[in-house]
Design a protein around this ligand. Structure first.
Ligand code: SAM
Length: 256
């Protein structure tokens, strides 16, 4: 149990708190889960609430926040689609951020991490594992409703295309956020990390209002967080690659 530390909720995502220390500011999420820790992270009680350390070395989303990500974050009550959940390290924190009323539809295609994700979901209300391939989003259409945001960490060469296909299909509508933990080493050796990011942003800018990309080093080599808010063009026929949204998209929830 930590003493003498103050947990300060951030206005942009009130279930995310900062704890200022002498050397660095730590991030913690107010948890909806129950122990034991998911990946060895510290837990603490503060004013009747339970928090878990959100470690930038373990989570690209935490690293992005530490490195100055100015774009949207999951907030209380949101529903998010999470592509590439693995065994739930970051997905559990996203489930913390959306709270008890929120939902995280966590897609993972590999059986071994998926089995751990299913076990974790028993202790994490709102974390809903989906065994599926993000390249075939129509297959999980019956399982996933429309969502307030998409987060992706799938480390694939065509990650941007995959994410846009999912975003076009599942996002509620314009202004909804799309965040991609872009792994540039997976995108080919023909270009530098900077040119992979530039190309990704060129493709994304056609359908998203981009937030400034952030480099996730020194926490995650060759990774960047890119993304922004959906523009109406994302929902036009063909914008999500070969997919056409099968349902009407509403104007979406206006974010502050
Ligand atoms: N996001 C996780 C975290 O922070 O806790 C780590 C994700 S790991 C870097 C990438 C994951 O994406 C792997 O578990 C992999 O199986 C999954 N993945 C890769 N391609 C996928 C696809 N097409 N559909 C679903 N999952 C995929």
């Amino acid at each position: 149990m930590r003493r003498g530390k103050e947990f300060r909720p951030l206005r942009r995502s009130p279930r995310l708190a900062e704890v200022r220390g002498p050397d660095r500011t730590e991030l913690w999420t107010e948890t909806v889960g129950s122990p034991p820790p998911v990946y060895g992270e510290r837990w603490a009680e503060y004013r009747g609430r339970s928090y878990r350390a959100f470690e930038p070395a373990r989570s690209k989303l935490a690293a992005a926040i530490v490195r100055g990500w100015e774009g949207d974050l999951p907030v209380d009550g949101d529903r998010w689609l999470y592509l590439g959940a693995a065994s739930g390290t970051t997905a559990s924190h996203v489930a913390d951020l959306v709270g008890r009323e929120g939902r995280v539809h966590a897609v993972e295609r590999s059986l071994r991490p998926f089995a751990r994700l299913v076990a974790l979901a028993e202790r994490w209300p709102g974390l809903l594992p989906v065994l599926g391939d993000a390249r075939e989003p129509r297959r999980y259409l019956p399982l996933v409703p429309q969502v307030d945001g998409v987060y992706a960490d799938i480390a694939q060469p065509d990650q941007v295309e995959i994410v846009l296909a999912n975003a076009a299909l599942f996002l509620l509508g314009p202004e909804a956020p799309v965040l991609i933990a872009l792994k540039t080493p997976s995108m080919g050796r023909d270009a530098t990390a900077a040119s992979h990011v530039r190309r990704a942003e060129e493709a994304l800018a056609k359908v998203l209002e981009l937030a400034p990309a952030v480099k996730l080093e020194p926490f995650h080599r060759g990774h960047f967080l890119v993304g922004g808010r959906a523009r109406p063009e994302l929902f036009e026929e063909g914008a999500g690659g070969t997919l056409t949204p099968p349902r009407g998209h509403s104007p979406g929830r206006r974010r502050p």
